[in-house]
Design a protein around this ligand. Sequence first.
Ligand code: KPC
Length: 498
Amino acid sequence: MGNKRLYWPAKSNYIPPASSTSIPKKDFVYDAIFIGGGAAGRFGSAFLRAMGGTQFTFEADNHLGGQCCKHNCVPEHFAYDNSVYMDHLRWFGGQLWFPEIPDKLDMAPIFDVYRKVRDTNVYQFMTDQSKGQLGIEFAVYKEAKIIDANTVEVDGERYRAKNLVIATGARPRIPNIPGINLKGVITHQELVGIDYEPQKIVVIGQGKTSSGYTSFFRSCGCEVTVVNRSPIYRWLDDDVREFVISNMKRRGIKIHEGVKIKEIKGVEKVEAVVFEEDGKLKEVPCDTVFLGTGVVPNSEIASPLGVEIGPNNEIVVNKKFQSSIPNVYAIGDTAGLPYVMSKARQSGMIAAKNIMGEETEMMDRTIPEFMFTTYEITWCGLTEKECREKYGDAVIIKMPPDKLDIGLPLAERSMVMAHLHPEMSGFQKAIIEPKSRRFVGFWHVGYGAKAAFQYLPVLMDKGLTVDEMATFHELFLNAEHFIQLTRLRAGQKNLSNL
Ligand code: KPC
């Protein structure tokens, strides 16, 4: 069974104007041919062009920008934004000036709106920017076949390049569970094209993408049950995890951890999920199963080359994103973990630099991460436990302090929550290695701190101390309270928790 579902649902009507796309040259040797024009391929192509190189990018789908604007980042954030509004209306309804909302709100029209805007605005922007501003040469609806390390075949014609860059992304991992092919078993890809109204959803697997959708389903008023093989969100700091999970449960999401999924039941359509928990068989009725069981890199295209493939089907690369054949690069999700946008885009840039003769490796920076529930959860660096294990000690600055259900933190977007439901306004934590007085981790659950987490790891990697942060200028009231809280402790010779 495995990963045989390779279709790309949620079809789009967008067709780029012929004047925006290019005709590849047959009697020419490009510096690079990119296979795939998603985030990695598009940024790589743009960077190579900017450096004066020649490229051609073959895209199998109808647009550049890849899964990001089709099934991943954009719909995920759109669902999250809707989710927060619905969640807030549910908690605020009937108080202050807030109206009451119905128990069940439909999600199909939400994705209808998303698809319309995507097809007309986002795809068009991808075309216009790529061609007009960046000078990328590309063609869409073009399935490329690799012939050798310098040649691809498209529509029966052969094209040549000094380097090949494989940027074919990843697909959802479909677990081997009886009933997995029943109607109503969907991934985030099918969700975007949903044409019925789910009422009862079982989410199998709680990854960083399914987490946001889990809360979105609940915000819409669905009955939502999470089933997971192991404890969920094991990557989070313990205090952060506690706040996040307790707030999911507070909103009525049922969570079963450490379970063994036995079967997805149904005749034509999914009807229930059966799993084993504490040695007992349990059955949760549902009309939809949402899979959050990870992704698999699309590396099959490289099989004619015999490049090294890793354990999760990724093309194995070095820090220059070269495969085991030096002039064949793999970038983005095709090159394996981490499956994050920043790596996708940077890997394109790094491959382009190396192709153009500027030897470059990906810098060993701390990578910030985020996920959604009805909160934005952002982090970089170590958990408190990891800090104690590594350095033997940790000083913690957090808000709210232990056992205090107070309306803090509070800033834009958490103000009303902090006043109406103080215990739910958010949570944040900074972790300091006390001997060096350096920050080693930042964690935030709330709203509006994500942008800061693009810069905090850079400062942290440069050795940011509490004494230095105490000199920063906060824009009070600010989503992350790290600056002002740090300043309250920086005067201490021996730092203590706050
Ligand atoms: C709005 C938007 O830019 C989302 S799609 C991004 C795809 S890409 O710029 O190629 O990473």
